[in-house]
Design a protein around this ligand. Structure first.
Ligand code: NG6
Ligand code: CA
Length: 498
């Protein structure tokens, strides 16, 4: 009898424990768009473009109004996202060419390392842009440094951006579909003899023409940055890229059915070149940029359907965000400006990609976990930098010595705890956020990025904005608030040593 009672208690505790521990350590999917602005997601109520699938996340989850990418460009934001370290602490964390060596040192603890150490299967699918190899990359043999060395069990990526060579997919350590008798060669300094470029053979640009930059090798009717030769069987087709990455993401989810998993799903839209699939062409009425956003939104919907079908929605924490703010003309004639209409990609904020003004880094940010996160809106100020330590919080861990802070309870909607301050970065220049204030120290550099037409926020005088009553940063209140200014300046200098 006594034994039976013990057995009963044992089984009861196992039964009580199993579902509990399962939901407390969810699968995690980080969906990370490229150049998607705060106002580009219709749930934010700012723009004119419908994004019904990203809105599904917002309607069933928590929509953050003050969440930031660390930087106004891709590489530094992604560096910070995965390492939990401010990118300006690394003097190489700038937009990288397609043949750059891997930026993240393999000795650093990455988000993937953290999940892997907890027994998760880990994968990255999509845009990488954090360098590969050791600086002298040979695309025709196994690549020595890849996401596989940073905690990712599986990696299916493009090396850099969709406007940079090589225009191939890299699966783990190998270029996918490469033929041994057609070597892939890449050079960012000079062209290969006899190879056409957008300058020598403009007739090759059948799909998009370059407006600034982007005038080197041409592939799939689109001119790119960098020179490339060979590797014909491996070259991607821009129009199917979304399906390729989505299939990889879905397969990974299927294959991880019995194991907790972490998936970093890095969408390539709406970064240039915008070459959406015919399913989306013309659907937004805003030209290829709008259509590319619809394509990304569709992929999010497919992924959600997949999770639902696999019965994983109640056991998966999804975070959706973007690596930097929006840009219209980023180097191609693609009607992004001409067909914008009254859509507002930056929402009510000033600037955009490349900008220290709010729109450079204040991005859409949504957390979703069916049955666990109560739908709503959070105004807590957070950074993508915090995701590493917040995810570590799922396992009761604290990754010390990092800039990353644990806001897991805020992400789950159980707390309003937020950052006390935040450093923002654009092209190596920094700005400071605290409470309702944005402080932009004197910074050398152009006020507007030429051709792109985005304001940078770089100026030789102090700028201070009260975002509560001036979210568009129109009124510089530095002169009439000398005390506040010097407090913020001192706090900024203390963190940055500048
Ligand atoms: C810029 C490119 C721009 C884009 C950006 C990186 C030119 C003129 N402009 O140098 O098109 O590729 O780099 O974007 O080449 S990011 O989102 O990956 O940071
Ligand atoms: Ca980007």
């Amino acid at each position: 009898m006594k034994i039976n009672i013990y057995l009963f208690l044992l089984f009861a505790s196992i039964a009580a424990c199993t579902p509990e521990s399962k939901t407390d350590t969810p699968n995690v999917i980080l969906i990370y768009a490229d150049d998607l602005g705060y106002g580009d997601v219709s749930a934010y109520g700012q723009g004119k473009l419908p994004t019904p699938n990203i809105d599904r996340l917002a309607a069933g989850g928590l929509r953050f109004t003050q969440a930031y990418a660390t930087s106004a460009t891709c590489t530094p934001s992604r560096y910070a996202l995965l390492t939990g370290q401010y990118p300006w602490r690394n003097d190489k964390a700038f937009v990288l060419p397609g043949d750059a060596p891997m930026l993240i040192d393999t000795s650093m603890i990455t988000m993937a390392d953290m999940f892997k150490s907890e027994g998760y299967l880990t994968a990255v699918v999509g845009k990488w842009h954090l360098g590969l190899g050791n600086g002298n990359i040979n695309w025709n043999t196994d690549i020595s440094e890849t996401p596989n060395d940073l905690g990712f069990d599986y990696s299916y990526i493009m090396a850099a951006t969709n406007d940079r060579v090589p225009t191939v997919y890299v699966k783990n350590r190998k270029v996918e579909n490469l033929s041994p008798d057609d070597s892939l060669l890449v050079n960012y300094k000079e062209n290969f003899e006899g190879e056409p470029t957008a300058i020598s053979n403009p007739e090759l640009m059948t799909k998009l023409k370059w407006q600034h930059g982007h005038n080197m090798s041409v592939h799939n009717g689109v001119p790119r940055i960098g020179f490339m030769k060979g590797g014909k069987s491996a070259l991607w087709v821009d129009e199917t890229m979304h399906e390729v990455f989505l299939n990889e993401a879905e397969n990974f989810i299927d294959e991880s059915a019995d194991t907790p998993f972490f998936l970093y799903y890095a969408l390539h839209e709406p970064h240039v070149p915008r070459v959406p699939n015919e399913k989306f062409v013309g659907k937004s009425g805003m030209g290829p940029r709008g259509d590319a956003i619809l394509e990304a939104d569709w992929c999010v919907g497919q992924l959600l359907d997949k999770l639902e079908k696999n019965g994983l929605l109640e056991n998966t924490l999804i975070v959706f965000s973007s690596d930097n703010g929006p840009v219209l003309n980023d180097g191609y004639y693609d009607d992004a400006v001409e067909k914008l209409g009254d859509h507002t990609p930056a929402g009510q904020f000033r600037g955009g990609k490349y900008s220290l003004f709010e729109a450079g880094t204040r991005v859409p940010f949504i957390t979703f976990w069916k049955g666990k996160i109560k739908p709503g809106i959070s105004d807590a100020m957070l950074s993508q930098l915090d995701l590493l330590n917040s995810f570590a919080g799922i396992f009761g861990k604290d990754i010390a010595g990092k800039d990353s802070q644990n806001f897991l309870e805020t992400l789950l909607g159980n707390s309003d705890k937020q950052r006390e301050n935040l450093i923002l970065e654009s092209s190596g220049r920094l700005a400071y956020r605290e409470d309702k204030y944005a402080y932009l120290p004197p910074n050398k550099g152009p006020a507007i990025i030429e051709h792109v037409n985005n304001e940078t926020g770089f100026a030789m005088e102090d700028q201070l904005y009260n975002l509560e009553n001036d979210p568009g940063e129109k009124i510089n209140i530095a002169a009439e608030n000398p005390e506040k200014l010097s407090l913020l300046k001192a706090a900024y200098q203390k963190i940055t040593n500048k």
